[in-house]
Design a protein around this ligand. Structure first.
Ligand code: GLA
Length: 730
């Protein structure tokens, strides 16, 4: 691993264990993209910048500078000066003209990686990472653009971020500041994205790219249910094990744009950053703007390798929580059990029954505060409703702890109900456009988090409750998307900063929370999984994946989520049947097996389910205890995806030392007149002998990987099995 600069060839070369990224400088100082892909040894030329070909570089041929600018593979293209492909940086001067052009000025290479002010960002020790900063300059605007690259050798990841600083005398308007760009030759690429809706988050989508611009974007104020801040280009026929994958993932929780453009010359330009629509940052003299981080990953060994590299990267370099590899409590949440209809007695009865079954924490969800008996009021009034919690919150926590369970609580700190004391006192704390009635969603408005006193109020609402009782866990929810973007606090010429300032406000509050309460287990949530992104992982080790808890629906949702995120971060619970969202009945065991591929817990009224189902909980809790560490730390392999062609779904987690593996197989629909199913189980030591628990049968690692393993005697829809293999002979 490392970063080198070859002065003579004017090349920067960055290496991870299996990848190389090369940047070259043109004679004029244009920073160009030379190469990203398999690891290379020695470099002789920066030929890919094609500087000896027509239209030549401007120092040779100024007559056709525009043709050069519209073709040269730019590391960070600027808008308004003749590169008609998607720009990454659009700057408008005081006269109202849009245009900037940046040239290499200097660079630094150092060990380690600095954090990003006010933003989540990956981290690493001086042994794990190295950082290149290329400082570019627009001499006319007197603006500097710092392009930062950090290499993470083991995980084959390169992170990028951009900082713009104004050294001139005029105020600049930044209308677009993306975080990453890749200009490459097309290889008949296909595009991989995640898309969905509420209850259907992160379904995997793959499509051939066409001439022009295509991609995915959110303007909803959050990363969203519908889209995901990720885009990968894959070569045709790429599978889990073979093919090339270029992935970009955004460490950000607000509006984003991820786009690929296939140009007139069959080149691709792939960009990722804050969505430029409804974004404009006023950059005064002496000030700087920091754009969020982008994670770049390249795999020459298919999608599976990208997935495992990202899992390792997020575990090792993004999730800070001390719970990352620690035992997480098996929790029971009362949302699907009671919705708003509960009181202390009900919660205590759930806690008592849960304790008997081996559950370790009770989470009191929405409805405990203000006058909230439905979702139409009280957000902002964060004091306990003593009609429901009759002896007060501290006493309830005490009683739950006496039963032997830890206590967790739900908040939605970013919101304000029109029917709340808070709104009656501070109507101007809600985001709104003056003179226009703001749109309600779930009968609520959004707090203006650009405003310091609003952030203080929202933060203190949570903190004061946590200070008064030993609460181990917080579910931080966010249940609507943003619109009517107007702030009574921001100046007229800063209204377009509101979307971004909102996200910065969320980050600031969560940073305060994890600093003041370092032992707290924080779970982020947004109407299910609308803010499941790397930015939130920096604050919370787990995120609620979806409000859809049906085991079969969860197969697709969790597959898409696990394409990028470690299983240890995926909030997954067993819920009651018929499922509240889709009305489906699935076996209790299958619900448990699917939830095991996540943080594991329950979301049902344990006092009301059948004896038979209740009786299965201690066994499931024991499975969770037994396999949690393997699931949290292991390598994830996707074996089969449920689709029309495959009536089953299957995945595997292999321990890092390859001494054990857990395979989960779900038969979605039974197929008449069929034989046993053969699956191939990769990732084990080829020569090792592994024993299948339960039957005692033995297989070599290569037998399992290449000959396969037979799934037999599984009858009926929605049936599932766990297969645990352990090494018995090296
Ligand atoms: C969101 C969450 C749910 C639950 C409700 C409460 O939808 O995703 O889990 O907490 O809010 O209102």
């Amino acid at each position: 691993m490392g970063i080198q600069f070859d002065e003579k060839k004017q090349l920067f070369k960055m290496d991870t264990d299996h990848t190389t990224y090369v940047i070259g400088l043109s004679p004029e100082g244009y920073v160009g993209h030379v190469y990203y892909g398999r690891r290379l040894g020695k470099l002789c030329k920066n030929a890919l910048l094609r500087m000896e070909e027509k239209p030549f570089t401007p120092s040779v041929n100024k007559r056709d500078k525009s043709a050069f600018l519209d073709f040269y593979p730019m590391e960070y293209p600027t808008g308004g000066i003749g590169d008609y492909r998607e720009s990454c940086l659009d700057v408008r001067n005081e006269r109202g003209n849009l245009g900037s052009e940046i040239f290499y000025k200097s660079h630094t290479i150092r060990k380690g990686k600095p954090g990003l002010k006010g933003l989540p960002a990956s981290f690493g020790t001086e042994d794990e990472t190295e950082t290149l900063e290329i400082i570019c300059e627009d001499p006319i605007l007197q603006m500097e653009v710092h392009l930062s690259y950090s290499v993470f050798g083991k995980e084959d990841v390169i992170t990028r971020n951009v900082r713009v600083s104004n050294h001139g005398e005029e105020t600049l308007r930044l209308e677009k500041v993306y975080s990453a760009c890749l200009d490459m030759d097309d290889e008949d690429f296909e595009m991989l994205t995640l898309c969905g809706s509420w209850g259907r988050e992160r379904h995997i989508q793959r499509a051939r790219i066409q001439r022009g611009r295509q991609g995915t974007a959110s303007l909803r104020g959050e990363s969203s249910h519908q889209e995901h801040p990720f885009l990968a280009l894959v070569t045709p026929e790429t599978t889990q094990e073979t093919g090339q994958v270029y992935g970009m993932h955004f460490v950000y929780s607000g509006n984003f744009k991820a786009q690929v453009e296939l140009t007139q010359y069959d080149k691709v330009r792939m960009v990722l950053g804050i969505h430029p629509e409804e974004f404009c940052w006023k950059l005064e003299p002496g000030c700087e703007f920091q754009a969020p981080e982008a994670v770049l990953v390249y795999s020459a060994e298919g999608i599976g390798k990208m997935t495992r590299n990202l899992h390792d990267f997020y575990r090792n370099h993004m999730i800070r929580s001390k719970y990352l590899y620690k035992k997480r409590p098996i929790l029971i949440n009362n949302w699907e059990a009671t919705y708003f209809d509960f009181n202390s007695e009900k919660l205590l009865s759930i806690a008592r029954e849960a304790k008997k079954a081996g559950i370790e924490m009770l989470v009191m969800d929405d409805g405990w505060f203000g006058k909230r008996n439905s979702d139409n009021c009280s957000l902002g009034d964060w004091y306990v409703n003593e009609e429901k919690i009759t002896s007060g919150l501290a006493d309830l926590v005490k009683q739950v702890r006496e039963i032997g369970l830890e206590f967790g609580i739900w908040f939605e700190p970013e919101m304000i109900s029109p029917d709340s004391d808070l709104y009656r006192a501070h109507p101007d704390w809600a985001i709104r456009i003056p003179g226009r009635e703001p749109v309600q969603s779930r009968e609520q408005y959004v707090l203006d988090l650009s405003r310091p006193e609003v952030r203080d109020y929202a933060y203190e609402s949570v903190a004061k409750i946590l200070r008064c009782a030993p609460i181990s866990y917080v579910k931080w929810d966010m249940n609507r998307q943003l619109c009517d973007m107007g702030s009574a606090y921001l100046a007229q010429d800063q209204q377009q900063e509101l979307f971004h300032r909102y996200v910065l406000g969320v980050y600031e509050m969560q940073e305060r929370l994890v600093t003041e309460f370092p032992d707290l287990l924080l779970e982020n949530c947004s109407g299910g999984g609308a803010r499941f992104d790397p930015g939130m992982l920096y604050y919370s080790p787990q995120i609620w994946c979806s409000d859809d808890t049906d085991a079969i629906e969860r197969l697709r949702i969790q597959e898409g989520t696990a394409l990028l995120y470690p299983l240890s971060s995926i909030g997954a619970h067993v819920s009651d049947c018929p499922n509240h969202m889709v009305g489906r009945r699935t076996p209790f065991a299958t619900r448990g097996n699917v939830a095991l591929a996540g943080t594991f817990g329950y979301e049902l009224d344990i006092t009301k389910i059948s004896e038979e189902e209740r009786g299965q909980i201690p066994g499931q809790a024991a499975l969770c205890r037994r396999y949690q560490s393997l699931i949290q730390t292991g390598d994830y392999y996707r074996i089969a995806s449920w689709s029309l062609k495959s009536p089953y779904d299957c995945w595997e987690v292999v321990s890092k030392d390859r001494t054990e593996a857990l395979v989960t197989y779900v038969q979605v629909l039974a197929v008449p007149n069929s034989h046993s199913t053969k699956i191939r189980i990769p990732g084990l030591n080829p020569d090792g002998v592994y024993m299948l628990e339960k039957t005692g049968e033995c297989f070599t690692g290569e037998e399992l990987a290449y000959c396969g393993f037979l799934i037999k005697d599984l009858n009926g829809d929605f049936q599932s099995r766990l297969y645990h293999f352990s090494l018995v002979q090296e």
